[in-house]
Design a protein around this ligand. Sequence first.
Ligand SMILES: [Zn+2]
Length: 414
Amino acid sequence: MQTIKHTFIGPIRQAVTMANLPLKGALKDEQLQVIQEAGILIKDEEIYEIGPYWDLYPEAQSIGAEMISLKGDFVALPGLVDCHTHICFGGSRAQDYAMRNAGKSYLEIAKSGGGIWDTVSQTRKASLDKLAQLTVQRANRHLKDGITTIEVKSGYGLAIEEELKMLRAIKLANKNTLADLIPTCLAAHIPPKDFQGTNKDYLKTIADEVFPILKIEGLSNRIDAFIEETAFTAEDIQPYFQKAKEMGFDITVHADQFHAGGSQVAVNIGAISADHLESSTDKEIELLASSDTIAVALPGASLGLGMAYTPARKLLDSGATLAIASDWNPGSAPMGDLLMQASVLGTFEKLSNAEVLAGITYRAAAALGIKNRGTLEVGKLADIILFPTDDYQEITYQQGRLKPTIIIKNGVKV
Ligand SMILES: [Zn+2]
């Protein structure tokens, strides 16, 4: 018989539960549920009770819960969710970064053979084990910063076996880190230079050869594509997404990064999310707001490229769901500090604390189609992070500098 394990944590000065908030639209800080002097009782991997510490204390004691007694002030949040990263890669693009800062554009560098293709070469050279090891290192760094769920894309293989190698590396990495890794197939990142045929031929090859293996090996339930001048057109991608949809994959899109257009594709196909949106106009904002497709802002890419931020304020005011992710990748977003980036986006786009925190918790979980996390509520996964402060407002105020010092993943202290 398996023994049930109970753990009781507290007293927590403020537990910001992120519960009972709408998925869509603007949020005010007054809407946040903040439990003062809270306790959280965990049963195995889940939150069993949450409420005032001294109310729960007798029950915790009577069932023999392991006590994690906190000394000093702490603010609890749900474990953060980063719903868009590319942390499985080989090599570095420090050279690109220097070239961009010296005046070359991202698209110019891409056209001259740098950019994503450089990372493709480095990633193809790396073994599956090496890629898994690099992914684990980056995931563990993220976990230390309080990010307990991390989406990870392929897309630096750009050939059947190379894309599969990346996704198998992500699967292996997931077994070797306490963070949960959510894999996404981004074989449609850019058209591979060395493929003999048209872009449509390439996409057909991936759909025919790779999609079935993703299902058989359980490598990914998500299909992503980059809609852009240097990548794929709306017309290219149509049959590819159609096939993915028929096979039951969730669809997500790199949309409107340099030119508008991708979000239209995303909404038409019923994508779960449209990510980037730095170039979205009022038309795309309206389109996203009236759909179920979640808008994902990637401030790390804006910081890495020195470009405008996603119009987060307008998206929220129009009624869209806004998640915020790091886009951690070797090219445009090398920093990979989600909390810092989300806080800074809040400053530039005038977001409330509630909107910033929602964007990296339950709204980000929704962008991944995951229902069991993102809030501190009974029955949710016990992914809990504790910041050494007495006021939750300090978290965005310190612009990501204040990190959680206690991290609980699946009910276990990391
Ligand atoms: Zn990306």
